[in-house]
Ligand binder design. Structure first.
Ligand SMILES: C[S@@+](CC[C@H](N)C(=O)[O-])C[C@H]1O[C@@H](n2cnc3c(N)ncnc32)[C@H](O)[C@@H]1O
Length: 441
């Protein structure tokens, strides 16, 4: 029987001149990878690279990213709006590429679906496919951001399925945004949630070979190395030791680290500059939003960030009247914060039930909730400093270390986890902790 005619016959030739050594290497590599010849190796290489997976459209080549952008539906305005803001229901790729004007946004403040092994109800991308999934959004971010604007992405880490090792997807995302989309990493932040449960239980509680994962990464990026910003907007109360120092004075000197502590160090600047570690629990279960959802039989969004996260960046990176968008709007926490702070805002969410719940945030009056719950609250200069969390220096509770190590790395599950005879289970005295803390600095 005659061979059927190919629909896409190979009629084009590519000639590459090689040295004899290169030719040998090429053939050897093809053979090692299981290909019959170099041409098959090249085709496999092209097929494996997402950027090369072009399809032909109207006689021209179209990348999967371009196809995704072209076929995205335009999201529709959702009936939650204010003088400052608007919600949209639908795919934010449509928002970024069809609705918003280029160079119109001052801040993109968002928390996309994470590349989780255990999926949330709203569905998550697999870690491996995550970066490719993100590309059409990244292109849209570049399109709509003003040159001195900022992109802030809160992203949680993920464990590899069945292993006590971590996915690299959020680092891959960061590298891709900087390498392929020419974002600059202004600074990386870490959001420590002190109330995080010790998960995954298998590695943390049962086999005891990992510690609890309580930190999200927050990538602060910008099209320029010089995004507009001012850290005076987000000062924190001074620590007790700093207040003592103002009272009792300080001798300027060169520290052993080489830092020259000048007289200026003792000047009261009405607050201390915060670190890039944001300590904020996410435990509010009784707020206006939750009550509204319960009363209206709506599901509460399972992955909300506390309002203190967007508040920090909105204050530091935008002025009143600036435009802030959240393309993965969820329950519209970003919109609520912007409303309170007098910024224009747009939240886009693909699932209407989360927007139904978001109504609670804009039905007046919007409540100011307490800082203790991690919700919006203005720190007044004279207010009592709130120091809600204690951070113990490493090894604060252990007297000695006789607990046997898991020499197999925890590969075998044991019914009774080994306990140390010598490990001290009592809380150390404040004096002892203070001593440890001082020696840790
Ligand atoms: C981590 S949650 C954001 C939660 C939000 N920060 C909050 O505090 O409520 C991510 C959200 O992105 C939404 N989402 C996923 N893909 C989307 C898309 N293409 N366009 C718009 N929203 C999308 C999901 O439905 C989910 O609600």
């Amino acid at each position: 029987m005659a061979r059927p005619r190919s629909e896409d016959p190979r009629t084009s030739t590519l000639t590459v001149r090689l040295t004899p050594a290169e030719r040998l290497q090429f053939d050897a590599l093809a053979a090692r990878r299981g290909h019959q010849n170099a041409a098959s190796l090249i085709r496999a290489f092209i097929r494996s690279d997402p950027e090369y997976r072009y399809s032909i459209r109207d006689g021209d080549f179209e990348s999967p990213v371009a196809a995704r952008i072209r076929s995205a539906q335009r999201p529709q305005p959702f009936p939650i709006n204010t003088n400052l803001g608007q919600t949209y229901l639908g795919d934010s790729i449509g928002l970024l590429h069809q609705v918003l004007e280029p160079n119109s946004v001052d801040l993109i403040m968002t928390s996309p679906p994470f590349g989780l092994v255990r999926k949330k109800a709203y569905g998550n991308e697999d870690a491996d496919a995550y970066v490719d999934w993100f590309r059409p959004f990244a292109e849209g971010f570049r399109r709509v951001l003003k040159p001195n604007g900022s992109l802030v992405i809160d992203i949680g880490g993920a464990w590899k399925a069945g292993l006590p090792t971590r996915s690299l997807y959020h680092f891959e995302l960061l590298l891709t945004l900087c390498r392929d989309y020419e974002f600059h990493l202004a600074q990386e932040f870490y959001w420590w949630n002190p109330a995080k449960l010790p998960t995954p239980a298998e590695w943390v509680n049962i086999r005891r070979v990992r510690v609890k994962d309580a930190v999200n990464c927050i990538w602060w990026l910008s099209p320029t190395p010089w995004p507009k910003a001012n850290n005076r907007r987000i000062l924190q109360p001074y620590s007790e030791s700093m207040r003592d120092l103002f009272k009792n004075g300080y001798t300027p000197k060169l520290r052993p680290s080489g830092h020259d502590i000048s007289k200026k160090f003792g000047r009261d600047n009405s607050g201390s500059i915060p670190p890039n570690l944001l300590a904020l629990a996410n435990t509010d279960s009784n707020g206006v939003y939750q009550k509204y959802c319960k009363a209206n039989s709506l599901p509460r969004h399972p992955a909300r960030f506390p309002s203190g996260i967007p508040e920090h960046f909105v204050r530091m990176l935008t002025d009143r009247g600036d435009l802030v968008i959240d393309p993965f709007g969820g329950s519209c926490v970003t919109g609520e914060v912007c409303e309170e702070l007098g910024r224009r805002w747009i939240c886009c969410e693909i699932d209407h039930v989360y927007l139904e719940g978001a109504r609670a945030r804009f039905e007046k009056p919007v409540k100011r909730l307490s800082r203790r719950t991690g919700q919006l609250f203005e720190i007044r200069a004279k207010s009592k400093p709130v120091v809600p969390y204690e951070i113990y220096p490493p090894c604060s509770l252990v007297k000695d270390d006789e607990s046997p190590l898991r020499a197999d790395g925890g590969r075998q599950r044991r019914s009774q986890p080994a306990r140390s005879q010598g490990a001290c289970r009592e809380k150390p005295s404040r004096k002892r902790l203070a001593h440890r803390h001082a020696s840790a600095l």
